[in-house]
Design a protein around this ligand. Structure first.
Ligand code: ADP
Length: 172
């Protein structure tokens, strides 16, 4: 399994699945969620609405999978990160659960390449260094990691890129 860190817009990446930092409604929002729905088109929202009708959205720490519509990837895996509340509301555990649920869905759907954004590190204000450590740690601890070929951590700003790069160097 290979880990790559790149600074780009996640909607431009061609992988089996890109991950969306969604919200519990699954109906779209700001940040990366808005960008994915804007560029991916109506097919993604239609499937999100179907899932919402069936199971009432998505819980914090859980994930669901849909088509990627017009995006270059095949699937979007939508996960709902926790809102940062000074570490008092099990945020670290919930963020780890997001990464693990995404990886489980990936294995179930024979997905070999995945691109993750920094879940919860935008509007949800999770500290970037803590979030990056959880992201890398969760991926490395995943018991079926050998079934995945490549994980890309997509950084949207220079600060995140530097945090991921230095953490990965330390952990290798
Ligand atoms: P959350 O509500 O989970 O915090 P956000 O979408 O606000 O989700 O932010 C999550 C992370 O995604 C942030 O680090 C933000 O900078 C980044 N981001 C926003 N737009 C994009 C994009 N188009 N591609 C990749 N990352 C993005």
């Amino acid at each position: 399994m290979e880990i790559e860190i790149i600074k780009t817009d996640i909607t431009e990446i061609q992988v089996d699945a890109i991950v969306n930092a969604a919200n519990t409604s699954l109906l779209g929002g700001g940040g990366v969620d808005g960008a994915i729905h804007r560029k991916g088109g109506k097919a993604i929202l239609d499937e999100c609405v179907q899932i919402r009708n069936k199971q009432g959205g998505c819980k914090v720490g859980d994930a669901v999978i849909t088509t990627a519509g017009n995006l270059p990837s095949k699937y979007v895996i939508h996960t709902v990160g926790p809102v940062w509340n000074n570490g008092k509301s099990h945020e670290e555990e919930l963020l780890q659960s997001c990464y693990l649920r995404v990886l489980e869905l990936a294995v179930e759907n024979n997905i070999k390449t995945i691109a993750f954004p920094g879940i919860s590190t935008g509007i949800y204000r999770f500290p970037k260094n803590k979030a990056a450590a959880i992201a890398i740690g969760s991926v490395k601890d995943f018991d079926k990691i050998l079934e995945i070929d490549k994980i890309i951590f997509v950084c949207f700003d220079e600060e995140s890129f530097e945090i991921y790069t230095s953490l990965l160097e330390k952990k290798l």
